[in-house]
Design a protein around this ligand. Structure first.
Ligand SMILES: O=C(CO)[C@@H](O)[C@H](O)COP(=O)(O)O
Ligand SMILES: [Fe+2]
Length: 220
């Protein structure tokens, strides 16, 4: 299944509910929610009260990307707020295997994210405990950055590995994704595209539709 995950980091926070409805009505299946702690990444974004509020307004798959050091004490609360997928960073978890179990124990899908400099090998003993791998194609912390080209090869290698092991793991790509590079990323083996500025800058309904036209070619 191929899907678009608009990142609300680039939405208008003064009209967040309306922006969420716009992308949902335009057909986006996932909503990507970036949580930043000012420690793991050099920025702060939003947290539980915001997620709880928008959960009441949307039926999209809530894809919560935790850019937090040591997220373990907060997992249950994020699940309770309405997360459908919780993604933690491999670099931020001392006991990644345990954290993935903790997420699945909340009946939520478990994701692992890798920074651009982190090798795929950190997944070796957890890939079978993972529902989604989020390949960061920028250094996390901000929207609107440029796609790091070496990410394409990383996606390719990961998809080959998943196929070889006959696992059912989604590959999501986040950072600098636009209409210009979407097909390259999908051809490499990703099936979920995060897009912040490419969706929310300009006419977001039209932008979502343009992404979905591309994704539909792969869904066939
Ligand atoms: O996690 C992050 C940034 O750390 C992302 O989800 C961004 O919000 C993506 O923004 P664009 O690169 O698509 O503008
Ligand atoms: Fe993100």
């Amino acid at each position: 299944m191929y899907a678009l995950a608009p990142s609300i980091l680039s939405a208008d926070f003064a009209a967040l509910g309306e922006d969420v409805k716009k992308v949902e009505n335009a057909g986006a299946q996932y909503l990507h929610i970036d949580v930043m702690d000012g420690d793991f990444v050099p920025s702060l974004s939003l947290g539980m009260p915001v997620i709880r509020s928008i959960r009441k307004k949307s039926d999209m798959v809530f894809d919560v990307h935790l850019m937090m050091s040591h997220p373990e004490p907060y997992i249950e609360e994020f699940a309770d707020c309405g997360a459908d997928i919780i993604t933690v960073h491999a670099e931020a978890c001392r006991h990644l295997h345990r954290t993935l179990r903790q997420i699945r124990d909340c009946n939520v899908k478990a994701g692992v994210s890798l920074n651009p400099a982190t090798p795929l090998s950190v997944l070796e003993y957890v890939l079978d405990q993972t529902d989604m791998v989020l390949i960061m194609s920028v250094n996390p912390g901000f929207g609107g950055q440029s796609y790091i080209e070496s990410s394409t090869n990383k996606i390719w290698k990961l998809r080959e590995w998943i196929k070889r092991e006959q696992l059912n793991v989604d590959i999501e790509v986040d950072g600098g994704v636009g209409l210009n590079n979407a097909r390259t990323i999908l051809d490499a083996g990703a099936n979920i595209l995060v897009a912040g500025s490419a969706v929310f800058n300009g006419d977001c309904a039209a932008n979502v539709k343009a992404f979905l036209d591309i994704l539909n070619d792969y869904n066939e």
